[in-house]
Write a protein that binds this ligand. Structure first.
Ligand SMILES: [Mg+2]
Length: 179
């Protein structure tokens, strides 16, 4: 792809819980399937799933890594456009203390359970929204500039992550016409 084409591409990054689907479920929210079919540009999902780390220290009711991974596949099965998306999953949380090796094992378990989706999972706290790590990773992965990138989310931490990454932000209800 030449520079001119690359300059024209856009990147849409979506939060998952409360934006695309109900929290911890594969129930797709209103307007998502139709809107994503109309999106012209690259698509990524950036989701905090610290429940994985909490499960490692506290067990129930937090989800296991394989449950989190399989849920991503269920969501993608319900929203075909998401099968070709880049999925970024932040399992790290400053409040959860685990050795680095343990985070890697948990991250690998999420990614493995989410096959065949293109999933990158990290325990790096810099990925956890409101920090900008996942959004910057998505821009890098698609080689799309921040000016051509927008993040769609439902919470203040999403807006803060977008600001920290210096990308645009749109409220999910507005983007999906759920007003
Ligand atoms: Mg959310």
């Amino acid at each position: 792809m030449g520079n001119a084409e690359r300059a024209g591409r856009s990147l849409y990054i979506f939060d998952l819980d409360g934006t695309l689907a109900e929290k911890w479920k594969a129930t797709i929210l209103l307007g998502v399937v139709e809107c994503l079919n109309r999106v012209e540009g690259e698509i990524a999902v950036a989701t905090n799933q610290a429940g994985v780390g909490w499960h490692a220290v506290e067990g129930e009711p937090y989800p296991r890594p394989d449950e989190v991974g399989r849920r991503l596949v269920e969501v993608a099965d319900a929203v075909p456009r998401l099968k070709r998306a880049l999925w970024l999953v932040a399992i790290g949380d400053d409040r959860v203390s685990l050795p680095p090796g343990r985070w890697r094992v948990l991250a690998d378990a999420v990614t493995r359970a989410a096959a065949p989706l293109d999933v990158r999972t990290s325990g790096d706290p810099a990925w956890r929204k409101p920090r900008p790590g996942m959004l910057l990773e998505a821009c890098r992965a698609f080689d799309v500039s921040r000016e051509k990138t927008v993040f769609i989310g439902d919470r203040e931490e999403d807006a803060q992550a977008a600001e920290a990454a210096d990308v645009g932000f749109v409220r999910a209800d507005q983007f999906f016409g759920r007003g």
